[in-house]
Design a protein around this ligand. Structure first.
Ligand code: ADP
Length: 603
């Protein structure tokens, strides 16, 4: 990164991650550092004046004035400082909460394609982890504080010691040597800290090494994988793998720490040489009578403060540069656009319910993949129709549904609703016409009513009706708290634990509650027992009513009631028709799937 880029990123971070996020905190942080630095110089300045006044036998009033000024100023500044620190502490929690919430907000704002993109996931993981180890926000605050404190210190020291450097008792050579020493110490500090940061970055660049720890805890702490680990006796294998990787990680970090420790030596040596050089100059000047007793104390303190401030600035510059790399990555995640084209057309609310959907030569491949998941798909269906989609695993059925409800946009071709490309419709409004149950649906640990209504407010009667329709009625009636019952135990210890099949019924009820004109079901009965499955099929017409239903199923027998069946094979639609027609085509894919299934069920 160039210096200009560093400055740009730092400026953006101060603006967006500090000032805009929590103005009060930022102002308090700068004031805290400024006052903290200034307070130290008040007694230095006045005690020098006091010593000189004593030495020169000045009147008592002058002495009292200096004492009063020192005490009064220090007391006032300390009071102000304490107030500022309290303000800072109060708002500190807010800024970190806002930062954490920022990740969730961003995740919700991203397009589904980005959420599913492993590269985006790795980037998010990395910046979140880096933030937890101090980089990004914490270092940003620390650096703002440090720079404010050190620059205040440098300015105050220079103001108090400038007269020392022009003393005639100090030779030109000594002055040049002191100046050169300061620059050399600074340069060595910057170079060494920079190398040290680079070494540290190398550790972070090895994301796989870091991700493993997280992955391992996910495996062993998750009760879902707990079953597999125990039943397949994978404990030893996992422990060995964890030990091997942890060992590698520790060896790597110890190596890095040793190299970083060695890099601090040159700076420390130079710093001490400089310090004793300055002392020598002071002694020479004092012996020659060039400085007063009070000034000696002042110069000694200020020169030491100046040196340590410069040294800290030198140490902070590489850290600042390093942190800018993290901030750059942080912003690169937060700058990921939602590339879904969001049109503005409203979806026509037709009284005659005469909607028509058309896939016109649609092809699609997932981001970062070469293989097409769908190839030249052409299909039309009308509202009220029941369309079944069948095909082997990986033939593109779920992808078809994802495209229909705009989780992704086609790479080629277009999808039309009533003759208009679906991208032209207002995104949220378009999504509102679909009720979907995916295979990998997610139910949240909220109250049952909230889960079914997908919101805080729900109509308890409608919730019950939908659960009845989805075949969950019997279980629901047994619940003393009805729709108020919490699902799972996330927020309530007495929450309801349910089986996979029951979860699928609730997911179906959630789709029905939405009451949208399109109902899309991706294997809605896969986890149901045969009786529940039969009930869902036989109620299917009353469940879906006059809605358009797109229904993915492996059980071909369940597709017989559909108006149209589309057979997918390797991303293409190879047959479309009614069950009787398709079965008759003995060389077709449907016939092959049908006879294969008939064989298994007969057996
Ligand atoms: P089906 O629902 O018929 O089992 P899918 O539509 O889920 O099939 O998958 C079609 C193809 O797309 C498969 O080859 C699958 O591996 C691939 N695929 C599905 N989801 C993703 C994804 N998120 N990223 C990359 N490839 C995917």
């Amino acid at each position: 990164m160039t210096l200009w880029e560093h400055c740009r990123i730092f400026h953006r971070a101060v603006k967006e991650l500090c000032y805009r996020m929590e103005k009060r905190y930022t102002i308090a942080m700068v004031l805290d550092a400024f006052l903290g630095a200034v307070i130290g110089y008040v007694p230095i300045y006045f005690s020098a004046r006091l010593i000189d006044a004593l030495y020169e036998r000045r009147p008592l009033e002058t002495l009292v004035l200096y004492v009063a000024l020192t005490v009064g100023l220090v007391f006032g500044l300390r009071l102000l400082h304490t107030y500022v620190v309290s303000v800072k502490q109060i708002s500190e929690e807010n800024i970190y909460r806002k930062e954490q919430w920022g990740y969730s907000e961003k995740a919700m704002e991203l397009s589904y394609a980005s959420i599913e993109d492993p590269e985006v996931d790795r980037l998010r993981y990395r910046i979140q982890k880096e933030s937890q180890t101090g980089y990004n926000l914490y270092y940003l605050h620390r650096l703002i504080e440090d720079f404010t404190r050190e620059f205040t210190s440098v300015l105050a020291s220079i103001a108090l010691v400038s007269s020392f450097f022009v003393l005639p008792e100090i030779s030109l050579l000594a002055r040049l040597a002191m100046l050169g020493g300061v620059f050399l110490t600074l340069a060595v500090h910057i170079v060494c800290t920079n190398i040290s940061q680079k070494i540290n970055r190398g550790l972070w660049d090895n994301v796989d090494m870091n991700i493993w720890g997280e992955q391992f805890s996910d495996y062993v702490e998750d009760y879902g994988s707990g079953k597999d680990i125990r039943l397949f006796a994978m404990e030893d294998f996992l422990a060995e793998e964890a030990y091997r990787r942890e060992f590698d990680y520790c060896r790597h970090t110890v190596e890095i720490s040793c190299r970083q420790a060695l890099l601090t030596i040159p700076g420390i040596v130079l710093e001490n040489v400089l310090k004793y050089g300055v002392y020598a100059c002071l002694i020479v000047a004092a012996l020659a009578g060039g400085i007063t007793v009070g000034s000696i104390a002042k110069y000694v303190s200020c020169i030491m403060l100046l040196l340590s401030a410069l040294q800290r600035i030198a140490g902070d510059i590489p850290l600042w540069m390093e942190n800018n790399h993290y901030l750059k990555r942080y912003f690169s995640y937060f700058d990921i656009p939602n590339e879904m084209y969001r049109g503005t057309l409203t979806v026509e609310k037709r009284d005659d319910n005469d909607y028509q959907v058309e896939f016109r030569d649609v092809s699609f491949r997932y981001p970062n993949t070469q293989e097409y998941a769908l190839r030249h798909v052409n299909l039309k269906f009308k509202i009220g129709e029941k369309l079944a989609i069948v095909g082997q695993n990986g033939s593109g059925k779920t992808t078809f549904i994802k495209l229909l409800c705009r989780l992704y946009d086609p790479c080629e071709g277009e999808i039309l609703l009533n003759g208009v490309n679906i991208q032209k419709y207002d995104y949220d409004e378009y999504l509102s016409i679909f009720s979907v149950v995916f295979q990998d649906f997610q139910l949240f640990d909220f109250r049952l009513g909230e889960v079914v209504a997908s919101g805080r407010r729900f109509d308890a009667k409608k919730v019950r009706e939908c659960l009845e329709k989805a075949n969950f009625g019997e279980r629901f009636r047994e619940l003393p708290r009805g729709a108020e019952t919490y699902l799972y135990k996330g927020f309530d210890q007495s929450g309801l634990e349910i089986s996979g099949g029951e979860a699928q019924k609730i997911a179906l009820a959630r789709a029905l509650y939405r009451d949208a004109p399109f109902i899309l079901l991706d294997e809605p009965t896969a986890a149901l027992d045969p009786i529940s499955e039969y009930e869902v099929y036989s109620n299917f017409n009353s469940i879906s009513g006059d809605k358009t239903a797109v229904y993915i199923s492996h059980r071909l027998a369940s597709c017989r009631f559909c108006d149209k069946i589309a057979v997918f094979d390797k991303g293409r639609i190879v047959q479309v028709g009614k069950h009787e027609e398709l079965v008759r085509e003995t060389d077709g894919k449907y016939h092959e799937l049908w006879t294969a299934q008939a064989q298994y069920y007969a057996g």
